[in-house]
Design a protein around this ligand. Structure first.
Ligand code: PSU
Ligand code: MN
Length: 314
Protein backbone atom coordinates (compact mmCIF):
# COMPACT_ATOMS: atom_id res chain seq x y z
CA UNK A 1 0.00 0.00 0.00
CA UNK A 2 3.01 2.30 0.38
CA UNK A 3 2.88 2.71 -3.43
CA UNK A 4 -0.45 4.47 -3.02
CA UNK A 5 0.47 6.56 0.04
CA UNK A 6 1.41 10.16 -0.60
CA UNK A 7 2.40 11.71 2.72
CA UNK A 8 3.21 15.44 2.66
CA UNK A 9 6.81 16.39 3.59
CA UNK A 10 5.60 18.20 6.74
CA UNK A 11 3.69 15.16 8.00
CA UNK A 12 6.54 12.80 7.05
CA UNK A 13 9.01 14.87 9.07
CA UNK A 14 6.66 15.04 12.05
CA UNK A 15 6.16 11.26 12.01
CA UNK A 16 9.89 10.60 11.71
CA UNK A 17 10.61 12.95 14.63
CA UNK A 18 7.82 11.35 16.68
CA UNK A 19 5.95 14.63 16.91
CA UNK A 20 2.21 14.65 17.60
CA UNK A 21 0.13 14.35 14.40
CA UNK A 22 -3.68 14.58 14.13
CA UNK A 23 -5.53 13.13 11.14
CA UNK A 24 -8.56 15.04 9.78
CA UNK A 25 -11.30 13.72 7.48
CA UNK A 26 -12.52 15.27 4.23
CA UNK A 27 -16.14 14.06 3.89
CA UNK A 28 -17.17 16.84 6.25
CA UNK A 29 -15.56 19.27 3.76
CA UNK A 30 -17.12 17.84 0.57
CA UNK A 31 -20.44 16.46 1.83
CA UNK A 32 -20.99 17.62 5.42
CA UNK A 33 -21.06 21.42 5.23
CA UNK A 34 -22.01 23.92 2.50
CA UNK A 35 -19.52 26.21 0.73
CA UNK A 36 -17.93 28.51 1.94
CA UNK A 37 -18.27 27.32 5.56
CA UNK A 38 -16.65 24.02 4.56
CA UNK A 39 -13.48 25.67 3.22
CA UNK A 40 -13.20 27.96 6.22
CA UNK A 41 -13.74 25.00 8.54
CA UNK A 42 -11.05 22.88 6.86
CA UNK A 43 -8.52 25.69 7.26
CA UNK A 44 -9.54 26.42 10.85
CA UNK A 45 -9.31 22.73 11.81
CA UNK A 46 -5.69 22.64 10.65
CA UNK A 47 -4.94 25.94 12.37
CA UNK A 48 -6.49 24.74 15.65
CA UNK A 49 -4.40 21.55 15.60
CA UNK A 50 -1.27 23.68 15.07
CA UNK A 51 -2.18 26.17 17.81
CA UNK A 52 -2.42 23.24 20.18
CA UNK A 53 1.05 22.00 19.31
CA UNK A 54 0.43 19.17 16.82
CA UNK A 55 0.74 18.76 13.04
CA UNK A 56 -2.52 18.38 11.06
CA UNK A 57 -2.87 15.72 8.35
CA UNK A 58 -6.06 16.14 6.35
CA UNK A 59 -6.71 12.95 4.35
CA UNK A 60 -8.34 12.48 0.93
CA UNK A 61 -7.92 10.42 -2.26
CA UNK A 62 -6.66 12.43 -5.22
CA UNK A 63 -5.25 11.38 -8.61
CA UNK A 64 -4.85 7.73 -7.64
CA UNK A 65 -3.07 8.42 -4.33
CA UNK A 66 -3.99 8.20 -0.65
CA UNK A 67 -3.04 11.77 0.28
CA UNK A 68 -2.08 12.43 3.89
CA UNK A 69 -1.52 16.17 4.46
CA UNK A 70 -3.07 18.36 1.76
CA UNK A 71 -2.05 21.59 0.04
CA UNK A 72 -4.24 24.73 0.01
CA UNK A 73 -5.25 23.94 -3.59
CA UNK A 74 -6.22 20.37 -2.76
CA UNK A 75 -8.43 21.53 0.12
CA UNK A 76 -9.98 24.15 -2.15
CA UNK A 77 -10.76 21.43 -4.71
CA UNK A 78 -12.48 19.25 -2.11
CA UNK A 79 -14.52 22.21 -0.86
CA UNK A 80 -15.76 23.34 -4.29
CA UNK A 81 -15.74 20.46 -6.82
CA UNK A 82 -19.14 18.85 -7.47
CA UNK A 83 -17.89 15.40 -8.45
CA UNK A 84 -16.04 14.37 -5.28
CA UNK A 85 -16.93 10.79 -4.27
CA UNK A 86 -17.82 10.10 -0.64
CA UNK A 87 -15.31 7.34 0.14
CA UNK A 88 -15.94 4.79 2.85
CA UNK A 89 -13.84 1.59 3.29
CA UNK A 90 -15.52 -0.21 0.37
CA UNK A 91 -14.77 2.68 -2.03
CA UNK A 92 -11.01 3.04 -1.48
CA UNK A 93 -10.01 0.54 -4.20
CA UNK A 94 -12.21 1.73 -7.04
CA UNK A 95 -11.66 5.44 -6.36
CA UNK A 96 -7.88 4.90 -6.47
CA UNK A 97 -8.18 2.78 -9.62
CA UNK A 98 -10.41 5.28 -11.45
CA UNK A 99 -8.30 8.24 -10.24
CA UNK A 100 -11.43 10.11 -9.11
CA UNK A 101 -11.32 12.67 -6.33
CA UNK A 102 -12.53 11.15 -3.06
CA UNK A 103 -13.45 12.64 0.32
CA UNK A 104 -12.81 10.19 3.16
CA UNK A 105 -15.34 9.33 5.88
CA UNK A 106 -14.42 8.38 9.43
CA UNK A 107 -13.98 4.73 8.37
CA UNK A 108 -11.62 5.34 5.46
CA UNK A 109 -9.76 8.19 7.21
CA UNK A 110 -9.07 5.87 10.17
CA UNK A 111 -7.71 3.16 7.89
CA UNK A 112 -5.51 5.49 5.82
CA UNK A 113 -4.26 7.25 9.00
CA UNK A 114 -3.32 3.84 10.42
CA UNK A 115 -1.48 2.90 7.20
CA UNK A 116 0.42 6.19 7.44
CA UNK A 117 1.33 5.59 11.10
CA UNK A 118 -0.99 8.23 12.60
CA UNK A 119 -2.80 7.19 15.79
CA UNK A 120 -5.13 10.12 16.57
CA UNK A 121 -7.96 11.53 14.45
CA UNK A 122 -10.40 14.41 15.04
CA UNK A 123 -13.87 14.50 13.50
CA UNK A 124 -17.36 15.87 14.23
CA UNK A 125 -19.62 12.89 14.72
CA UNK A 126 -19.16 9.28 13.70
CA UNK A 127 -21.70 7.35 11.66
CA UNK A 128 -23.70 4.62 13.40
CA UNK A 129 -26.95 2.68 13.37
CA UNK A 130 -29.70 4.66 11.62
CA UNK A 131 -33.08 5.34 13.21
CA UNK A 132 -35.86 3.05 12.04
CA UNK A 133 -33.67 1.33 9.44
CA UNK A 134 -31.49 -0.73 11.77
CA UNK A 135 -29.86 -2.57 8.89
CA UNK A 136 -28.27 0.74 7.83
CA UNK A 137 -25.06 0.64 9.87
CA UNK A 138 -22.22 3.01 8.99
CA UNK A 139 -18.91 1.39 8.04
CA UNK A 140 -17.47 3.70 10.73
CA UNK A 141 -18.55 1.18 13.39
CA UNK A 142 -16.77 -1.96 12.08
CA UNK A 143 -13.74 0.24 11.36
CA UNK A 144 -13.62 1.27 15.03
CA UNK A 145 -13.73 -2.42 15.94
CA UNK A 146 -10.74 -3.37 13.78
CA UNK A 147 -8.44 -0.34 13.40
CA UNK A 148 -6.52 0.91 16.46
CA UNK A 149 -6.90 4.66 15.94
CA UNK A 150 -8.18 7.05 18.62
CA UNK A 151 -11.15 8.96 17.21
CA UNK A 152 -12.13 12.22 18.92
CA UNK A 153 -15.75 13.20 18.22
CA UNK A 154 -18.83 14.82 19.79
CA UNK A 155 -20.66 11.51 19.94
CA UNK A 156 -22.48 9.79 17.13
CA UNK A 157 -24.47 12.10 14.91
CA UNK A 158 -27.79 13.01 16.49
CA UNK A 159 -29.60 11.77 13.38
CA UNK A 160 -28.80 8.20 14.48
CA UNK A 161 -30.24 5.67 16.90
CA UNK A 162 -27.81 6.34 19.74
CA UNK A 163 -28.75 3.43 22.06
CA UNK A 164 -28.45 0.95 19.14
CA UNK A 165 -25.10 2.50 18.16
CA UNK A 166 -23.78 2.15 21.73
CA UNK A 167 -24.89 -1.50 21.88
CA UNK A 168 -23.10 -2.23 18.61
CA UNK A 169 -19.88 -0.69 19.91
CA UNK A 170 -20.11 -2.64 23.16
CA UNK A 171 -20.66 -5.95 21.35
CA UNK A 172 -17.63 -5.34 19.12
CA UNK A 173 -15.25 -4.29 21.87
CA UNK A 174 -14.90 -0.55 21.22
CA UNK A 175 -14.25 1.52 24.37
CA UNK A 176 -16.25 4.76 24.43
CA UNK A 177 -14.66 7.36 26.70
CA UNK A 178 -16.50 10.42 28.01
CA UNK A 179 -14.10 13.39 28.03
CA UNK A 180 -15.01 15.14 31.28
CA UNK A 181 -18.51 13.68 31.11
CA UNK A 182 -20.46 10.65 32.38
CA UNK A 183 -22.92 10.82 29.50
CA UNK A 184 -22.64 10.21 25.78
CA UNK A 185 -22.72 13.64 24.11
CA UNK A 186 -25.38 13.94 21.37
CA UNK A 187 -23.49 15.96 18.76
CA UNK A 188 -25.51 19.25 18.63
CA UNK A 189 -26.44 18.80 22.29
CA UNK A 190 -24.22 18.12 25.31
CA UNK A 191 -26.07 15.12 26.65
CA UNK A 192 -28.08 12.18 25.38
CA UNK A 193 -29.25 10.64 28.65
CA UNK A 194 -27.08 7.58 27.86
CA UNK A 195 -24.64 6.74 30.65
CA UNK A 196 -21.03 5.91 29.76
CA UNK A 197 -18.91 3.37 31.62
CA UNK A 198 -15.59 5.14 31.05
CA UNK A 199 -14.74 8.72 31.94
CA UNK A 200 -11.41 10.51 31.42
CA UNK A 201 -10.76 13.91 32.93
CA UNK A 202 -8.02 15.05 30.55
CA UNK A 203 -5.72 14.10 27.67
CA UNK A 204 -3.26 12.30 29.96
CA UNK A 205 -5.95 9.94 31.17
CA UNK A 206 -7.11 9.23 27.63
CA UNK A 207 -3.50 8.52 26.60
CA UNK A 208 -3.13 6.06 29.47
CA UNK A 209 -6.21 4.13 28.32
CA UNK A 210 -5.06 4.11 24.68
CA UNK A 211 -1.54 3.05 25.61
CA UNK A 212 -2.87 0.16 27.66
CA UNK A 213 -5.15 -0.96 24.82
CA UNK A 214 -2.14 -0.88 22.49
CA UNK A 215 0.12 -2.82 24.88
CA UNK A 216 -2.51 -5.54 25.02
CA UNK A 217 -2.56 -5.68 21.25
CA UNK A 218 -6.32 -5.12 21.15
CA UNK A 219 -7.44 -4.43 17.59
CA UNK A 220 -10.11 -1.82 18.33
CA UNK A 221 -9.80 1.93 18.18
CA UNK A 222 -10.81 4.13 21.11
CA UNK A 223 -13.74 6.50 20.74
CA UNK A 224 -13.29 9.70 22.75
CA UNK A 225 -16.50 11.70 23.03
CA UNK A 226 -16.31 15.42 23.82
CA UNK A 227 -19.45 17.51 24.47
CA UNK A 228 -20.05 20.48 22.14
CA UNK A 229 -19.01 23.76 23.89
CA UNK A 230 -21.94 24.98 26.03
CA UNK A 231 -22.22 28.34 24.23
CA UNK A 232 -22.91 26.60 20.90
CA UNK A 233 -25.05 23.68 22.08
CA UNK A 234 -28.64 23.35 20.82
CA UNK A 235 -31.48 22.08 23.06
CA UNK A 236 -31.96 18.34 22.68
CA UNK A 237 -35.81 18.43 22.57
CA UNK A 238 -35.86 20.99 19.76
CA UNK A 239 -33.26 19.08 17.75
CA UNK A 240 -35.08 15.79 18.24
CA UNK A 241 -38.25 17.11 16.57
CA UNK A 242 -36.29 18.59 13.66
CA UNK A 243 -34.26 15.40 13.17
CA UNK A 244 -37.37 13.20 13.30
CA UNK A 245 -39.00 15.33 10.58
CA UNK A 246 -35.86 15.11 8.40
CA UNK A 247 -35.72 11.31 8.84
CA UNK A 248 -39.40 11.03 7.76
CA UNK A 249 -38.67 13.15 4.70
CA UNK A 250 -35.65 11.01 3.75
CA UNK A 251 -37.80 7.86 4.01
CA UNK A 252 -40.65 9.44 2.02
CA UNK A 253 -38.23 10.50 -0.75
CA UNK A 254 -36.54 7.07 -0.82
CA UNK A 255 -33.08 8.41 0.07
CA UNK A 256 -30.79 5.45 0.79
CA UNK A 257 -27.17 4.43 1.32
CA UNK A 258 -24.45 7.00 1.59
CA UNK A 259 -26.80 9.83 0.59
CA UNK A 260 -28.77 9.59 3.84
CA UNK A 261 -26.29 11.44 6.07
CA UNK A 262 -25.68 14.46 3.75
CA UNK A 263 -29.45 14.69 3.08
CA UNK A 264 -30.30 14.83 6.79
CA UNK A 265 -27.51 17.27 7.64
CA UNK A 266 -28.58 19.74 4.96
CA UNK A 267 -32.26 19.53 5.98
CA UNK A 268 -31.36 20.14 9.61
CA UNK A 269 -29.26 23.15 8.56
CA UNK A 270 -32.25 24.64 6.72
CA UNK A 271 -34.69 23.88 9.55
CA UNK A 272 -32.46 25.57 12.14
CA UNK A 273 -31.61 28.52 9.86
CA UNK A 274 -27.94 27.59 10.00
CA UNK A 275 -27.72 27.20 13.78
CA UNK A 276 -26.83 23.53 13.38
CA UNK A 277 -23.89 24.52 11.18
CA UNK A 278 -22.61 26.89 13.86
CA UNK A 279 -22.80 24.11 16.46
CA UNK A 280 -21.19 21.66 14.03
CA UNK A 281 -18.25 23.99 13.36
CA UNK A 282 -17.79 24.76 17.07
CA UNK A 283 -17.66 21.10 18.05
CA UNK A 284 -15.30 20.24 15.19
CA UNK A 285 -12.80 22.90 16.31
CA UNK A 286 -13.13 21.83 19.94
CA UNK A 287 -12.45 18.23 18.92
CA UNK A 288 -9.40 19.27 16.88
CA UNK A 289 -7.93 20.98 19.95
CA UNK A 290 -8.68 17.99 22.19
CA UNK A 291 -7.20 15.54 19.67
CA UNK A 292 -3.98 17.60 19.51
CA UNK A 293 -3.65 17.40 23.31
CA UNK A 294 -4.23 13.62 23.25
CA UNK A 295 -1.68 13.15 20.43
CA UNK A 296 0.88 15.10 22.46
CA UNK A 297 0.13 13.09 25.62
CA UNK A 298 0.64 9.88 23.63
CA UNK A 299 4.02 11.02 22.28
CA UNK A 300 5.28 12.19 25.67
CA UNK A 301 4.43 9.43 28.12
CA UNK A 302 3.95 10.62 31.67
CA UNK A 303 3.05 8.45 34.56
CA UNK A 304 -0.32 9.13 36.12
CA UNK A 305 0.12 8.99 39.84
CA UNK A 306 -3.04 10.57 41.11
CA UNK A 307 -4.84 8.37 43.60
CA UNK A 308 -8.28 9.01 42.05
CA UNK A 309 -10.07 5.95 40.76
CA UNK A 310 -9.97 7.53 37.33
CA UNK A 311 -11.46 6.02 34.24
CA UNK A 312 -14.22 4.20 36.05
CA UNK A 313 -17.69 5.52 36.66
CA UNK A 314 -19.19 3.06 39.10
N1 PSU B 1 -20.38 14.22 10.89
C1 PSU B 1 -20.75 15.41 10.40
N2 PSU B 1 -20.78 15.59 9.08
C2 PSU B 1 -20.44 14.57 8.22
C3 PSU B 1 -20.06 13.30 8.74
C4 PSU B 1 -20.04 13.19 10.08
O1 PSU B 1 -21.04 16.33 11.14
O2 PSU B 1 -20.48 14.79 7.03
C5 PSU B 1 -19.64 12.18 7.81
C6 PSU B 1 -18.41 11.47 8.40
O3 PSU B 1 -17.41 11.45 7.42
C7 PSU B 1 -18.92 10.06 8.69
C8 PSU B 1 -19.95 9.89 7.60
O4 PSU B 1 -17.90 9.10 8.64
O5 PSU B 1 -20.61 11.16 7.60
C9 PSU B 1 -20.86 8.73 7.88
O6 PSU B 1 -21.59 8.44 6.74
P1 PSU B 1 -22.38 7.04 6.61
O7 PSU B 1 -23.44 7.08 7.66
O8 PSU B 1 -22.94 7.04 5.20
O9 PSU B 1 -21.36 5.96 6.84
MN1 MN C 1 -25.45 4.06 5.70
Amino acid sequence: MSFYLNISPEVQTALRQKKAVVALESTVISHGLPYPQNLELAQKMEQTVRENGAVPATIAILAGKLCVGLSEEQIQQLATAQDVVKVSRRDIGWVLASKRAGATTVASTMLIAHWAGIGVFATGGIGGVHRGTHWDISADLPELAQTPVTVVCAGAKAILDLPATMEWLETHGVPVVGYGTDELPAFYSRSSGLKLQIRAEDALEVAEIVRTQRKLGLPAGTLVTVPVPATDALPVERMDAIIEAAVQLANAQGVVGKDVTPFLLSHIATATAGESIRANVALLLNNAATAAKIAIALETPQKLDNPRNWGLVV
